[in-house]
Design a protein. Structure first.
Length: 419
């Protein structure tokens, strides 16, 4: 398999002219006069891809709405959670993006008024000509009875800055020992290999620190996800962590009792001292409230244009296409959408075509030790009116080369977003 190097813009984007043409054909025109206004909701992987692309050339007035004061990466953050690296390695400031000319609003969007073409925060109404939504995921807390009451003690940690609460659990476990349970839902959820990666790095620390106890992976799936990665993940589990990890496949968690510290599961009761419940996920409520979809936003491919509103684009994990929920895909879809919006504004729409369009590619990493990883590459294409075709390539075995490539990939992506 060819190894990914530092991502360059075209490589991240990986969208053909055909894709662009399919997109721009359906857009509403923008009023002349002042610069067209594009509002981007979310300053994570997708939102930053869009913002960076939209700022190029200075044709657009770009507003980014993001409640966090800084960025924190979920990719590679297992190295922080398991105690191998400090949190600061995965955090970046928005300062350089500010300097490029974005208007940054540090608030949460509460509502989208599609009739007036405005997004509403606690203090502002922001008008848009085009709206790009990349608000990430919400957790379906109601899917496990007892979870909502236990939220503070059982953080999921699959969103920026939530990792600190999981780290606290891990630190306690590594010192005191016990049963650390990681619950894994059925896809679609953000970064399917991430629960196994988290388990591996915690198990590596158990070995290094001589922690007494077990890490129990309660998996709703029959095998580690996504399916092409199952073999190298199971091999790593057997080869490296036989004494630390107990794997329970095809087991659903039915409820949580924090009083007795027991999970009710389809395989009986599982006692725990610490737990990291990775819940089923969906797009944030904003998407449903705006009538853009149910569990996920409904979009057309390759354009990521909402099926409900031609002026709205939903990218990243909130959109419901079969593309993997990956930061690389999110950033690439943001860049693609930005390029197409600018092309439209400049009146550069290409003729529509029946050619297959390449979709933004995905790169994921499953760290197996703090030095070794398994690499997964996803490439996709779509023919007009047909379901997208995805091709996955996966390392057969964890290796140090992918471990090092993951680190340079992360640095390259954070630079492309925030440098
Ligand atoms: C442990 C882990 C490991 C991962 N590893 C990889 C990997 O190796 N490779 C990879 O490509 N991907 C990986 N991912 C997946 C990657 O993190 C996500 O796919 C990516 O973050 C999705 O980008 P996004 O823009 O959709 O969401 P996010 O990056 O989560 O950004 C969403 C942003 O929207 C903001 N927001 C939410 N609601 C609102 C609102 N109402 N108003 C304003 N702002 C709002 C949030 O504050 C957030 O900053 C991993 C994820 C996890 C959890």
């Amino acid at each position: 398999m060819s190894m990914p190097t530092m991502p360059r813009r075209r490589e991240i984007l990986h969208a053909s002219a055909a894709g662009l043409a399919v997109f721009v054909a359906g857009c509403a025109s923008v009023p002349t006069g002042a610069k067209p206004r594009v509002v981007v909701v979310g300053g994570g992987w997708g939102g930053l891809g869009a913002v960076r692309g939209l700022l190029e050339g200075g044709h657009v007035a770009v507003t980014m709405v993001e409640p966090n004061e800084a960025f924190m990466s979920c990719p590679l953050s297992a190295h922080y959670i398991a105690g191998f690296q400090p949190a600061s390695d995965f955090q970046r400031s928005y300062q350089k993006v500010d300097q490029l000319g974005v208007k940054r609003v540090r608030e949460r969007v509460l509502e989208i008024d599609r009739v007036k073409a405005q997004v509403i925060t606690a203090t502002q109404r922001l008008s848009y000509d085009y709206l790009v939504l990349s608000p990430g995921v919400d957790y379906m807390e109601e899917s496990i009875p007892g979870y909502a009451e236990a939220r503070a003690q059982l953080p999921v940690g699959f969103r920026a800055f939530e990792q600190m609460a999981v780290r606290k659990q891990v630190d306690e476990f590594l010192v005191n020992g016990g049963n650390f349970v990681i619950g894994t839902p059925k896809p679609p959820y953000r970064c399917p290999p991430a629960p196994y990666e988290r388990a591996f790095l915690i198990a590596e620390q158990m070995q290094q620190r001589g922690t007494k106890g077990k890490l129990i992976l309660v998996d709703a799936n029959p095998n580690p996800m996504p399916p092409p990665i199952a073999k190298p993940i199971l091999n790593a589990m057997k080869q490296l962590y036989r004494d630390q990890i107990e794997y329970m496949p095809s087991v659903d968690i039915q409820s949580i009792n924090m009083g007795t510290r027991k999970l009710a599961t389809t395989a009986g009761e599982v006692p725990f001292t610490h737990a990291n419940m990775i819940l089923p996920m969906r797009a944030p409520d904003l998407i449903r409230q705006a009538g853009l979809g149910e569990r996920w936003a409904s979009v057309k491919l390759p354009s990521f244009q909402s099926r409900a509103d031609e002026r709205i684009f939903v990218i990243g994990d909130s959109q419901g296409s079969p593309l993997p929920k990956s930061g690389h895909v999110a950033f690439g879809s943001g860049q693609q959408v930005a390029e197409a919006i600018v092309a439209r504004i400049l009146g550069q729409s290409a003729p529509t075509t029946q050619e297959a369009a390449e979709l933004p590619m995905g790169i994921c990493w499953a760290s197996v030790t703090h030095k070794e990883a398994i690499n997964i590459n996803v490439r996709g294409s779509v023919l007009p009116g047909e379901a997208p075709k995805l091709r996955l390539t996966v390392d057969e075995q964890h290796n140090a080369r992918s471990g090092a490539a993951a680190v340079s990939w992360g640095e390259g992506m954070w630079k492309a977003m925030l440098g």
